[in-house]
Design a protein around this ligand. Structure first.
Ligand SMILES: Nc1ncnc2c1ncn2[C@@H]1O[C@H](COP(=O)(O)OP(=O)(O)OP(=O)(O)O)[C@@H](O)[C@H]1O
Length: 251
């Protein structure tokens, strides 16, 4: 089976992971790289809002039912959970979205992780790309839920502190077995004249874009910003680079 190319977007809180994930998914679809599986693995699940689609269910929200609710006649519990799992996919033009939902209690994603680990291989079939909106801790990589991604993007603001954090995330990813050549830096909210001091390979500089702020303020989807907006153009270039990286690593 050919596995899709998995791109994980990580970075510390508020750096623009979800914004970039949504524009990236949109750009990849426009480039014909469909269908895409989008996974919202951020505890503050809001990728669906950035993409402008409704979400009816998260993997976390299925927990109670999976164990307590009586299952329909003729189905065993595993079959029922798989059925519900497929239903948790929000279908949209060119992609499906799966949201993990909030962690249970002490920050553990035990149930959604177990579910995703069990189902991801079957689920991945049929997708060309998997784009994961993740968090800095990379619990999903640590737990092996998301198999070694082909590309890890670390999003950071241009400042020195952001660069140090990006370096620490890279070290964490490496300690989890990800090879350095798969890890790239994305500088977001770039003002053009910032000096980037990082030993991470820079794959994209996404400019500060007033259209994103306006969409945020109005609560409208990020993917609704004009096609010619500066951030969108930069993400299109990023999408093209990712397509090359995936091809190099055997999509
Ligand atoms: N290039 C940009 N230009 C202008 N504003 C931006 C840009 N990128 C992100 N923002 C703004 O920065 C804020 C944080 O962005 P976003 O929610 O995408 O970050 P995040 O890393 O996903 O956050 P969290 O870790 O909380 O999930 C939002 O208000 C968003 O509108």
């Amino acid at each position: 089976m050919i596995r899709p190319c998995t791109v994980v977007i990580s970075g510390k809180g508020g750096t623009g992971k979800t914004t970039i994930a949504s524009l990236l998914i949109d750009a990849l679809i426009a480039a014909g790289k469909r269908p895409i599986l989008a996974v919202d693995a951020d505890p503050n699940a809001n990728l669906h809002e950035a993409l402008g689609i409704a979400l009816t269910e998260t993997l976390g929200s299925m927990r109670e039912e999976a164990f307590t609710r009586s299952i329909p006649p003729g189905m065993d519990r595993t079959g029922y959970v798989r059925y519900r799992f497929r239903r948790a996919l929000a279908e949209a033009e060119g992609y499906d979205l799966l949201a993990m939902g909030r962690p249970e209690g002490s920050g553990c994603y035990c149930f959604p992780n177990a579910l995703l680990t069990e189902c991801i291989e079957t689920l991945e079939r049929g997708y060309r790309l998997v784009v994961v909106d993740s968090e800095a801790g990379m619990e999903h990589i640590a737990r092996g839920t998301i198999q070694s991604p082909k590309v890890l993007l670390i999003v950071s603001d241009p400042g020195a502190r952001g660069m140090r954090t990006a370096g620490r995330i890279r070290d964490l990813a490496e300690s989890l077995g990800l090879s350095r050549e798969r890890i790239f830096l994305v500088v977001n909210r770039d003002r053009g004249d910032d000096t980037i001091e990082s030993d991470l390979p820079l794959i994209a500089r996404i400019p500060e874009d007033p259209g994103i702020g306006e969409a945020d303020l109005a609560g409208t989807p990020i993917v609704g910003i004009p096609q010619n907006s500066p951030a969108r153009a930069a993400v299109r270039d990023l999408a093209a680079r990712l397509v090359e990286e995936c091809a190099r690593r055997g999509e």
